[in-house]
Design a protein around this ligand. Structure first.
Ligand code: ATP
Length: 325
């Protein structure tokens, strides 16, 4: 369904050093640097998948989404989605995809939400019956009833995001690209958005590609992770596989009577330390929990101990570290 092969994309960025002299100089001879945003990116995505596209800031996630949605033309490589080359067959292609950029809006700022939806209906030429049905369904499942008549600029972030998602689905797309769909949302809005994404994937078979920095999004939604760092694809695999790779990692939280100085324990990673509580990450195949407790008990009076398997955030950090990004 989605096939990217050897995609490269660089940006030429003007380089400026501070100071008026440099600014004047730059008027005559502008210096440039080349930012290699995507380097030889290849992957396939099948119909019905939910894929989490992750990586640190500036890794190339949005650039990939822009290439896949036809907004950016890569320097080289091929991208075939539903039989189209996004940036070449844009008019036809966009009828098949929905795109949500969490940090930008596709809705008209000053008009009521319903008017924006009406404009999208005309742009996409959505048949009246389909539009009516979808509007009813989306209004109900995303609880838009009370806000359809409100101008977009008066909406809260969570309300706007629900409207953005509805707007991206009015024309029944087969693929949904979500670029940080839960950014800035409160806990309950995040859960509502995740639930809805799951539902449209299950019930309508919409293929979803989402970029996020929120590992709870990934945990809740994605069966597969693509990880990118410095423009290069570093991991393509299931969440379960990632878990099994770091399967013996544990987070140990210790409460103790006041102790001012952190205690180093060989083979562990101290994630945080305060005078009453410390958190360590450890591979229990290498360093047994008992030895950590024994070592600490020699120096501090332990009050409580909690042991958890490594949370998603930590797994991803490990992966970033492994790839030195
Ligand atoms: N239009 C542009 N002009 C110049 N450089 C750009 C442009 N768009 C992206 N870049 C650069 O390309 C690289 C990848 O950026 P991109 O926005 O794809 O990263 P990202 O993974 O989405 O990051 P974030 O998590 O911070 O949103 C960065 O170094 C960025 O500065």
């Amino acid at each position: 369904m989605i096939k990217l092969h050897g995609i490269n994309k660089s940006f030429k960025v003007a380089r400026r050093t501070a100071g008026i002299g440099q600014a004047v100089k730059a008027l005559f001879a502008r210096e440039h640097t080349i930012v290699e945003a995507l380097h030889n990116i290849s992957f396939d995505i099948s119909p019905g998948e939910i894929v989490g596209y992750i990586g640190p800031n500036g890794a190339g996630k949005s650039t990939t989404i822009k290439v896949m949605s036809g907004i950016l033309v890569p320097d080289s490589g091929s991208c075939r989605i539903l039989g189209y080359t996004p940036w070449q067959d844009r008019t036809e292609y966009v009828r098949n995809i929905g795109v949500v950029f969490g940090q930008r809006t596709q809705l008209w700022w000053d008009v009521p939400v319903i008017d924006s939806f009406g404009l999208l209906r005309d742009i996409y030429n959505i048949p009246p019956v389909v539009y009516r049905e979808n509007l009813a369904l989306l209004t109900e499942s995303l609880a838009l009833g009370d806000i359809l008549q409100t101008p977009v600029r008066q909406l809260s972030l969570g309300q706007r995001m629900r409207c953005e998602i509805a707007a991206s689905l009015l024309h029944n797309p087969k693929i949904l690209f979500l670029d940080e769909p839960t950014i800035g949302l409160d806990a309950s809005s995040k859960i509502a958005v995740r639930q809805f994404i799951k539902t449209i994937n299950k019930e309508r078979g919409v293929t979803v590609i989402l970029t996020t920095h929120d590992m709870n999004d990934i945990e809740a939604l994605a069966d597969r992770i693509l990880m990118i760092g410095k423009g290069t694809l570093l991991y393509d695999g299931s969440l379960a596989h990632l878990r099994s790779r770091f399967g013996s990692n544990r987070i140990i939280t210790l409460d103790y009577r006041e102790h001012a100085k952190p205690i180093e324990i060989e083979g562990t990673n101290c994630l945080s330390w305060s005078p009453e509580r410390a958190v360590y990450s450890v591979d229990i195949d290498t360093v047994p929990v008992a030895s950590i407790i024994a070592k600490l008990s020699e120096q501090i009076e332990l009050l409580d101990i909690g042991i958890e398997t490594t949370p998603m955030e930590e797994l991803i950090l490990e992966l970033y570290k492994e790839h030195q990004i």
